[in-house]
Write a protein that binds this ligand. Structure first.
Ligand SMILES: Cc1ncc(COP(=O)(O)O)c(C=O)c1O
Length: 410
């Protein structure tokens, strides 16, 4: 049993609750809410120094460049990157993963080589590899799960010395499963020391302490918008020596060293991967999100989510006994702050629509994980996902909401 964590009392920091007093927001796995400090920072940029970065020799552009680069430093420190130039800003996790598939995958994967992923991936970490393999004539394999939603341990079945890349998530956005990355990476590198490990950290960044050096992966991708920051900003961290051999992803302004009629040369990482004007204000404001998270403490956030997941599983199972199926591991230690479930015979979309009438926001559908749903022999689930601003009252509202769902849909 986890010690009760008192309401973190953070709702006041999130202005959305001022206008939507009854809102129970249980869709942070899709995107998180934004605290006032983040909104203020982005507003400050647009109001006071909204110039482009890198190109201006005037003060407001220099200020924008400074603030932009400060975010890179803060991100690097937060995930224990060894070099600030290993932090590449993209639009989102999806773009970060595609960047690796195009810039490295196309270079190192050949015909009849293999690329492995897992059956629990979000489409963002499945489709780019599937397409890559299709285009190159390589073999796409995916690691299966057991009944409880853990990845199978006999990795030798899926990984060999032909496997060039393993792309896997840290935390499943449906099952909540936390993959024991360190162990998996160690095991996989024993089978094939040259394999490239790409981690989709969209659901773990800011929920679990991330130390890329300790993990010993090659790439780690995540999105600002799922971690209190603005939309339009993703991060790809990559090992310096890997980034150096990679070709640019997009070509154009700001990423070149020199352009002549005959040929062009390119800057080094991270700039060779950041063509065109980035999401300046959004990147700048992302650091306020990280500072806020750091102030609260990732370990505290993790404990809070564990408590909420533990309590909600108990509450739902007690209230709705045989009517509810909760997917994913039973052990809360192995789960992130996500619960996907099916409720009686009701369709997830109907459940979500009725809950919305009570200002309870949950997600319904396949959550961009169709292969996983197919594997579970279902088409859709309801997903409630928690973050630092959720509390016990939200869980009670969800349970009461589901009672109303029963009354209405019966
Ligand atoms: C595990 C996982 N990976 C990748 C993504 C894609 O993130 P984005 O839409 O920010 O690119 C998501 C989004 O829900 C996710 O949950």
């Amino acid at each position: 049993m986890y010690k009760p964590v008192s309401d973190m009392g953070l709702k006041n920091d999130f202005p959305i609750f001022k206008k939507n007093k009854k809102l129970v927001y249980l869709d942070s796995a899709a995107t998180s809410l934004k605290p006032q400090v983040v909104i203020d920072k982005i507003t400050d940029y647009y109001q006071n120094y909204s110039a482009n970065v890198f190109r201006g020799v005037y003060r407001i552009s220099e200020k924008a460049t400074y603030e932009f680069e400060e975010t890179r430093k803060i991100v690097a420190k937060f995930i224990n990157a060894q070099d600030v130039n290993e932090i590449i800003f993209t639009r989102n996790t999806t773009e970060a993963l595609n960047l690796v598939a195009y810039s490295l995958g196309k270079k190192i994967v050949g015909k009849h080589d293999e690329v492995a992923s897992t059956i629990i991936e979000h489409h963002s970490n499945f489709v780019p590899w599937q397409v890559l393999c299709f285009e190159l004539g390589a073999v796409f394999k995916f690691i299966d799960i057991d009944k409880k939603g853990y990845l199978l341990e006999d990795l030798e079945k899926f990984i060999s010395n032909k496997t060039k890349i393993l792309a896997l998530c840290h935390v499943s956005n449906v099952l909540g499963t936390i993959n024991p990355l360190k162990q998996i990476i160690k095991k996989v590198k024993k089978i094939n020391p040259n394999i490239i490990i790409v981690v989709d950290g969209a659901q773990s960044f800011s929920h679990i302490k991330i130390d890329v050096k300790d993990l010993d992966c090659d790439f780690f991708a995540f999105s600002s918008h799922k971690s209190l920051g603005p939309t339009g900003v993703g991060v790809l961290w990559g090992k310096k020596e890997k980034l150096e051999i990679m070709k640019p992803f997009l070509y154009g302004g700001e990423m070149i060293d020199e352009v002549t009629f005959e040929k062009s040369s390119f800057k080094r990482s991270p700039y060779k991967f950041e063509a065109g004007t980035p999401s300046i204000g959004e990147v700048i404001a992302f650091k306020e999100a990280i500072k806020y998270i750091d102030y609260i403490g990732v370990d505290k956030i993790r404990e809070h989510e564990k408590t909420l997941v533990h309590r909600s599983i108990n509450l739902l199972n007690n209230e709705f006994k045989n009517k509810i199926t909760i997917f994913g591991p039973d052990n809360v230690e192995d789960r992130g702050g996500v619960i996907a479930f099916n409720f009686d015979k009701y369709h997830p979309h109907d459940i979500a629509a009725v809950l919305d009438t009570m200002d309870i926001a949950v997600r319904a559908g396949h959550h961009c994980a169709m292969p996983l749903h197919k594997r579970l022999e279902i088409t859709a689930t309801v997903r409630a996902s928690f973050y630092l601003y959720n509390n016990q009252r939200d869980l009670e509202r969800l349970v009461n909401g589901l009672k109303k769902v029963e009354r209405i849909l019966k």
